[in-house]
Design a protein around this ligand. Structure first.
Ligand SMILES: C[S@@+](CC[C@H](N)C(=O)[O-])C[C@H]1O[C@@H](n2cnc3c(N)ncnc32)[C@H](O)[C@@H]1O
Length: 308
């Protein structure tokens, strides 16, 4: 098909939004995928079908649409603010509903301790495609001087999270943003891209190097699942390690990596001389300069954490 007309795109958007499974997805993302599919597919019907498939892979697969966000808000609101243990319990219960975020629950007590020990002091976080991860804020050890911003494409989830984070002492902003269509990525000391690059790549192959060039931060923390949603280890660590090596080699970032419970974690820092948030004016770096850390075994009590 030629470039789709605005009315074709609006028709596709209406058909996709009519399905309750996708009614909470930001129209920007639906239109972005839909426009591509309308150009690529032979018929309108096929384009709608493929748009839904992509949306399922990128967003739908992670949450059950029967979620009752109001019940969760009531659960949180009924906990006294001076009962942090009960707030954590409630957050864990809620996170169980997000297939991706819930995999982090068993290791939460150590997850941020280990990661934050590996980066310099920071005051702001941008969590891109955050899912339910804002509910892990109570484990981050942040203060009222920190700032956490979460971006997610599921509008209902964003509305819920924006209310839920009021329970925490840290100033937060949870926003409905489609990372593919956002004009500006705000600067932050730390940017999280947790388990998200594979699903963004499914929608738009090659988005990662674009993001690597656009993001300005002192550090990025990128994670990948070490096993599939069904729990099988299908050589995913090896696969994502190779992908990251390729992406890093042509990027302004260098990284070290570790296996932390179920996640392959990369800690990235800018590769070149870097003063806070100075716009990078470097050209394409030499891939041979890319620093990939040598295998290291972490010393200490935690045998579940392994540097690779
Ligand atoms: C694999 S989950 C990861 C969630 C979270 N980062 C974590 O690790 O707990 C991917 C999340 O990205 C969101 N997402 C998918 N496409 C997106 C987009 N274009 N912009 C923003 N968020 C998106 C999905 O709705 C989903 O919650």
């Amino acid at each position: 098909m030629d470039n789709p007309s605005e009315s074709q795109l609006e028709q596709l958007l209406a058909q996709v939004l009519a399905n309750p499974k996708y009614s909470s997805i930001l129209p920007d993302l639906i239109k972005g995928i839909g426009s591509h599919e309308l150009q690529k597919r032979g018929s309108f019907k096929e384009a709608v079908k493929e748009t839904k498939t992509k949306l399922h892979q990128a967003t739908g697969v992670y949450v059950d649409r029967e979620i009752n966000y109001d019940d969760w808000l009531t659960l949180l609101r009924n906990i006294p603010p001076d009962d942090p243990a009960e707030i954590k319990n409630a957050c864990k219960q809620i996170m169980l509903q997000h297939i991706s975020t819930r995999e982090r629950i068993p290791g939460l007590d150590e997850f941020y301790q280990i990661i934050f020990n590996m980066v310099p002091a920071f005051s702001s976080i941008l969590d891109i495609a955050c899912g339910m991860n804002p509910l892990t804020i109570p484990w981050m050890g942040l203060s009222s001087q920190h700032f956490y911003r979460g971006w997610e494409v599921n509008i209902q989830m964003v509305k819920f999270l924006a209310e839920a984070v009021r329970k925490f002492d840290t100033p937060c902003s949870i926003e409905a943003v489609d990372i593919f269509s956002v004009n500006e990525i705000p600067q932050a000391d730390l940017v999280f891209l947790f388990k998200t690059l594979p699903c963004l790549e499914q929608v738009q192959k090659g988005i990662t190097p674009i993001l690597f060039n656009r993001i300005q931060a002192k550090n990025m923390i990128i994670t990948f699942p070490a096993s599939s949603l069904s729990g099988k280890n299908k050589g995913m660590v090896h696969h994502y390690t190779e992908m990251m090596q390729r992406w890093l080699a042509n990027s302004p970032w260098q990284a070290q990596s570790l296996l932390l419970l179920n996640e392959l974690v990369y800690i990235l820092e800018p590769r070149y001389d870097y003063t806070h948030y100075r716009p990078r004016t470097i050209g394409a770096p030499n891939p041979r300069d890319a620093k990939i850390s040598e295998p290291r075994i972490m010393r200490g009590h935690d045998s579940r954490c392994r540097f690779i």
